[in-house]
Design a protein around this ligand. Structure first.
Ligand code: CUA
Length: 329
């Protein structure tokens, strides 16, 4: 079914005259690992297509062209040779071809550069950059990677099983409580790619998207420096009022905004939240309206989420709070 879906997707894009540029397609690889996996597609699909054609041909022969009783010995030869032997050999060949790609996919990447620790939460992704020398910083639902370099990623979960998958960049890997899984990504093209949770993990499983922004190495270094820095709080009457509301309503008990008194670790780190691609793990656009909607309808937008909605705030208060959050670039 997945193959058919992929084909339908590719056919639809060809029909639109835009075969490339999807942010989330295993058939349009933008990473070394995704390229290896995509190279298996024509072999596996071609093999399956040939087997299907041969079986259909034999069926037509048996049913339409020669519908008399078949000789017992010849029938047995077809069943044993075609049904058991040929199938086993063909599937073995395909398996060997697939396994041959494994060692490169398992390459953990250099251990002396930055590495990323990703944790699957309900329902968002905690992302920690661990830098050489021991420094680290947190963000959420977003990874930045330098093009051309292999970056190690460690994956863990505090409660249920998730699965971390950026189809354009690499393979899928489960995120399992009680163990640390390892992978690495090595993007070959710059751009913004979408990642998803590929394992049903509860009510809002479909609401834990994330984005991977691939940039050239100098831009990546600049981004690292900017992320490590404390929040540059926006100024202005509205934003100031927003910051006061953030403190008054206890948001800092769950969220961290580095450079302020907010040090909570339950929810996403909001230090540079206004600079991210989306709000609430791909649920809303990252603008003032997006933050307002999130604050007003949290539970409706993401059923089962730990954060309560702040519908008790007036529209003006929500606007002030959203203005401050959006300004945390
Ligand atoms: Cu996390 Cu599905």
């Amino acid at each position: 079914m997945e193959r058919l879906g992929g084909l339908a997707h590719a056919a639809a894009k060809l029909a639109r005259g835009a075969p490339w540029g999807s942010p989330q397609s295993a058939l349009e690889p933008a990473g070394a690992d995704a390229e290896r996996i995509a190279s298996l597609f024509p072999i596996l699909f071609g093999g399956a297509a040939i087997i299907w054609l041969v079986v259909m041909g034999l069926t037509a022969y048996a049913v339409v062209l020669r519908d008399r009783k078949h000789e017992r010995n010849r029938t047995r030869r077809w069943v044993v040779g075609g049904g058991a032997l040929a199938t086993t050999v063909l599937l073995l060949l395909l398996l060997v071809r697939g396994l041959a790609a494994m060692p490169e996919l398992l390459d953990p990447g250099p251990q002396d550069g930055p590495r990323i620790r990703v944790s699957g939460e309900q329902w968002w992704w905690r992302v920690r950059y661990e830098l050489p020398g021991g420094a680290s910083f947190d963000l959420a639902n977003e990874l930045w990677l330098p093009r051309g370099r292999r970056t190690p990623i460690l994956l863990e979960s505090p409660d249920v099983i998730h699965s971390f998958w950026v189809p354009s960049l690499g393979g899928k890997i489960d995120v399992i409580p009680g163990r640390v899984n390892r992978m690495a990504l090595q993007p070959t093209r710059t751009g913004t790619f979408t990642g998803i949770c590929a394992e049903y993990c509860g009510l809002s499983h479909a609401r834990m998207l994330f984005h991977v922004v691939v940039v050239e190495p100098p831009a990546f270094e600049a981004w690292l420096a900017a992320q490590r820095a404390d929040a540059r709080a926006p100024t202005g009457v509205l934003a100031d009022r927003g910051q006061v509301l953030f403190q008054q309503h206890g948001c800092g008990a769950c969220h961290t905004v580095r450079g302020t008194a907010a040090r909570g670790v339950v929810g996403p780190d909001l230090t540079h939240v206004g600079g991210r691609v989306s709000v609430a793990a791909g649920t809303l656009a990252n603008d003032v309206v997006g933050f307002e909607q999130w604050l007003a309808r949290t539970e409706a937008l993401k059923p089962g989420v730990h954060m309560p909605s702040f519908h008790m705030l007036s529209n003006e208060e929500r606007n002030a709070l959203a203005t401050w959050l959006e300004g945390l670039q």
